[in-house]
Design a binder for this molecule. Structure first.
Ligand code: ADP
Length: 417
């Protein structure tokens, strides 16, 4: 009966009919009813078992149920001593021990207040709290009294169940959202402030100064372009995020897409006096991809290499086939520059939105700080990987790896042989 009940409750839980704590309470109550029911039928089912042993059996069953839950769960007796807890609960309060007062192991005022209120009201209570050691974690706590049963001994009355739900991932996402809105507004406000400053100047002191007019209008154009780029990047980013779970299905040749990007960037290469050399395979590298998105990826990487690594005066663009660890063929495209490189502490954060190693040089280059974030999301959508390798003073290599189609598994060849 216990197994059937567990299955039933699991069904409710996973179909959303009951939430986690409701399921848990239901299961504990069913466990009590089943085992006490078995015990009451006395001579037929458990002839040699005395009442104390029956109650221990109930406690063991409840302990097993509590132990199986993914959220932290603690069961308390009427005197707030621990009857059962699971590993997730002992992670929050390592000193939790059966028969010991919960206050010894869990010194969180919000928890004790919720326990007191649940006892006073005889009803479910909800609380939130934060633990700061060893890392910051946010929890939602539900404290629910277990319904009393006539067949239980007095010692089994007044039990409370505490369910702790870890809200840290949700909080992090929410913080990221708030940061994102703050960053995006700040990034837009800066060129906007500059634009309105120049408009005022043009309306006032510079009204009759044609030379100043021309200079200010050029600056205003640069700022307006920057705002347009920022809005364009933000929209592209949200569009890609929206469809990130749907991999593109159109076959395309990555080599020709990269060639198209390099052709389009020849002016920039000339301006920066950067020579681009190629290391490309003779045969096409066919991937399933969205051409515009992949062009955007290589535009960002090659433009960055020219802008931030341009002092090295040369770039190498290499493409080849390789094998993933699990033996699937993949296309590998890398952009290598010989500029100042990137310090190791920045590497893991480069693909975060608005992250720049050097704000001033990004601004001077008209950067939005969104380029590599967009690259990462597009590569993710294509079920590929982005690798960034760099050493200060020795330049940087950005490598995109995408699943290859149309190549027999044995045909892929690693660049090193
Ligand atoms: P941005 O719009 O600022 O170019 P990106 O997301 O494209 O934004 O790049 C983030 C930051 O990474 C840049 O501001 C720059 O500091 C650094 N970066 C990117 N590519 C290179 C490179 N090839 N060499 C050195 N630094 C780079």
């Amino acid at each position: 009966m216990l197994a059937a009940s567990a299955g039933l409750v699991a069904l409710f839980l996973f179909t959303g009919v009951l939430d986690l704590w409701q399921s848990l309470v239901t299961l504990v109550v069913i466990a009590l009813a089943a085992l006490i029911g078995d015990a009451r039928s006395g001579p037929v089912k458990l002839p040699q078992v005395d009442a104390a042993e029956q109650h221990r059996e109930v406690d063991r069953a409840i302990g097993a149920v509590v132990g199986a839950f993914p959220d932290a769960v603690i069961l308390l007796d009427a005197a707030d001593r621990v009857l059962a807890s699971n590993p997730a609960a002992r992670e929050i309060a390592p000193a939790l021990a059966v028969d010991q007062p919960v206050t010894l192991a869990l010194r969180i005022p919000e928890v004790h207040q919720a326990v007191r209120q649940a006892r006073a009201a005889g009803a479910r209570q909800r609380a939130e709290f934060v633990t700061r050691v060893p890392i910051e974690r946010w929890f939602e706590l539900i404290v629910a009294p277990l319904p009393p049963s006539d067949v239980e001994p007095a010692s089994h009355r007044g039990r409370l169940i505490l369910v702790f739900h870890d809200m840290t991932p949700m909080r992090r996402v929410e913080e990221m959202r708030v940061d994102f809105v703050a960053n995006a507004s700040h990034e837009l406000r800066t060129p906007l402030a500059s634009l309105s400053g120049f408009i005022e100047t043009l309306q006032g002191s510079a009204r009759d100064d044609p030379a100043a007019n021309a200079r200010f209008l050029q600056i205003m154009k640069t700022q307006a372009d920057r705002m347009a780029r920022l809005i364009d990047d933000l929209l592209s980013l949200s569009r890609v995020e929206l469809v990130e779970h749907v991999a593109p299905t159109e076959p395309l040749d990555l080599v020709s897409a990269v060639r198209q990007v390099v052709d389009g960037l020849q002016m920039l290469a000339r301006d920066r006096e950067v020579s681009v050399s190629f290391n490309l395979p003779a045969a096409p590298l066919t991937v399933l991809g969205d051409r515009d998105e992949l062009i955007r990826v290589f535009e960002n990487l090659i433009e960055n290499a020219m802008k931030y690594g341009g002092s090295g005066k040369r770039l190498i663009i290499s493409m080849s086939q390789d094998m993933t660890a699990d033996g699937s063929p993949e296309a590998v495209a890398s952009v290598r520059d010989f500029g100042p490189g990137i310090a190791p502490e920045h590497l893991p954060r480069l693909t975060e939105r608005f992250y720049r190693v050097d704000m001033a040089s990004s601004r001077a280059e008209g950067g939005t700080g969104l380029g590599l974030s967009l690259v990462k999301h597009i590569v993710n959508r294509h079920r590929g990987r982005l690798q960034i390798e760099s050493e200060l003073g020795k330049g940087a290599t950005f490598t995109v790896r995408l699943p290859l189609v149309g190549a027999p598994a044995g045909a892929a060849k690693s660049p090193s042989g």
